[in-house]
Ligand binder design. Structure first.
Ligand SMILES: *Cc1c(COP(=O)(O)O)cnc(C)c1O
Length: 432
């Protein structure tokens, strides 16, 4: 099979050494090849990104930074990390990049350790409104060691900006709480973020502005979402969502003093040795994102998201804020049927080969394990090459499956759709 997460020969090697794990990797490769991936935070990396991770670079300890390591034998690792940093800077218009965070959450941990003292206040959007758990959730480090104050969305249905960030209220909340940092950038927010407005608020209350662009980094790199720079003092991100690199994190800034603090907070503050195989894959992914074809990719991701949102609206669903400006949408299922839950929708759709996640919508009366919504994103299907007509078909399948489920007839219909989904997937092979 051509579209494996490992090439056939690599897979064979793993299977020989460890059939149990080798077979599971093979099964997962087949799952990815034959299903439609609508999880907004996922993507399909290129073969070059994939295979850079499966290399001898994993054998090496490279604690420290290029030119200042705590281990010998780092000459090639210095070169690789330097290239990764330079490409990241070029991609985002920053002057300093730390490419070592193991994940987005670790990037935020280092950022907070660099910019805050324990007990300090920061402002963010709460998780249930679209924020991230590393933005102040009680049991997360960010909520245990620091003090989050949350700014609101517009919750008033009649308001023209319903379910969008309430910048005036955010300003008021920040002037009152005097946070040391204001954090913007979200996990489930379908609209453009106004970084300039946030910077004005930060300046007014003497805070630093941090943009967590984990979700939209690829769109920023492609130039289809405004850049956090020059407004943000610091930007954190993942590298594996719209940016289409390996799983990992990245921290950017234009301020040399902050860069020094961040480097120290990341290592030795928060992490030990860097994952050099992943950093090499980040460098490869940044190189890909610098190419003209990535601009076209970013534009297509958004076009596909708009098409999917419109298709769902035509079938009686409601997207929060009335649609999307970016790669994702939050679908309020109650508009279709008051009894439809995110948990049911996720399960029925998965059975039909359409993978997504249940997600609370702003002001959701249902608990997080149930929810009234699903979050859908187009980064992965756009990588595969799905276009407008295919995306409309996906919208129609979603409605077919959910409508059947509501009638208690999910099984027959999901089996039928599963077959059609697999046939479409066969036309759009994964990157090899
Ligand atoms: C995904 C995400 C993260 C964390 O990424 P992990 O790599 O899963 O730790 C951080 N912030 C935001 C806004 C995210 O969406």
């Amino acid at each position: 099979m051509a579209n494996h997460t490992a090439t056939a020969s690599v897979l064979e090697l793993i299977r020989k050494a460890d059939p149990e794990i080798g077979n599971l990797i093979d099964a997962e490769a087949k799952r990815q090849a034959t299903t439609i991936e609508l999880i907004a935070s996922e993507n399909h990396v290129s073969g070059a990104v994939m295979h850079a991770m499966g290399t001898c670079l994993t054998n090496k300890y490279a604690e420290g930074y290029p030119g200042a390591r705590y281990y010998g034998g780092c000459l090639h690792h210095d070169a690789i990390e330097t290239i990764a940093r330079e490409r990241a800077c070029r991609l985002f218009g920053a002057t300093f990049a730390n490419v070592q965070p193991h994940s987005g959450a670790q990037a935020n941990q280092a950022m907070m350790m660099a910019l805050l003292e324990p007990g300090d206040t920061f402002a963010s959007l709460v998780l249930k409104d679209g924020g991230h758990l590393s933005h102040g959730m009680k049991i997360n480090f960010s909520g245990r060691f620091f003090k989050p104050v949350h700014y609101p969305l517009h919750y008033d249905k009649g308001h023209a900006e319903f379910e969008r960030i309430d910048y005036d209220a955010a300003r008021k909340a920040c002037l009152e709480a005097k946070p040391k940092i204001i954090l913007c950038g979200y996990s489930a927010y379908p609209r453009v973020i106004d970084f300039a407005k946030f910077r004005a608020i930060a300046d007014e209350c003497g805070a630093l502005l941090v943009a967590d662009i984990a979700h939209i980094a690829g769109l920023v790199a492609a130039g289809v979402h405004p850049s956090p720079f020059p407004h943000a003092h610091v930007a954190t991100t993942t590298t594996h969502k719209t940016l289409r690199g390996p799983r990992g994190g990245l921290i950017l800034t234009n301020n040399e003093d902050l860069a020094k603090k961040i480097d120290k907070a990341l290592f030795p503050g928060a992490q030990g040795g860097p994952l050099m195989h992943v950093i090499a894959a980040k460098a490869v992914a940044f190189g890909e994102a610098l190419s003209p074809s990535f601009k076209a990719y970013g534009a297509k991701v958004i076009a596909n998201a708009k098409t999917l949102a419109a298709s769902l609206a035509s079938h009686g669903y409601r997207c929060t804020t009335g649609g999307t400006d970016n790669h994702l949408m939050l679908v309020d299922l109650r508009a279709k049927d008051a009894n439809l839950t995110g948990a049911d929708a996720e399960a029925w759709l998965e059975a039909a080969g359409i993978v997504c996640n249940k997600n609370g919508i702003p002001d959701d009366p249902r608990p997080p394990r149930v929810t009234s919504g699903v979050r859908l994103g187009t980064p992965a299907i756009t990588t595969r090459g799905l276009g407008e007509a295919d995306v409309k078909q996906v919208g129609a399948w979603i409605d077919r499956v959910l409508s059947a489920g509501l009638k208690g007839d999910a099984e027959r219909e999901t089996a039928a759709v599963r077959g059609e989904v697999a046939a479409l997937c066969a036309k759009f092979p994964l990157p090899a």
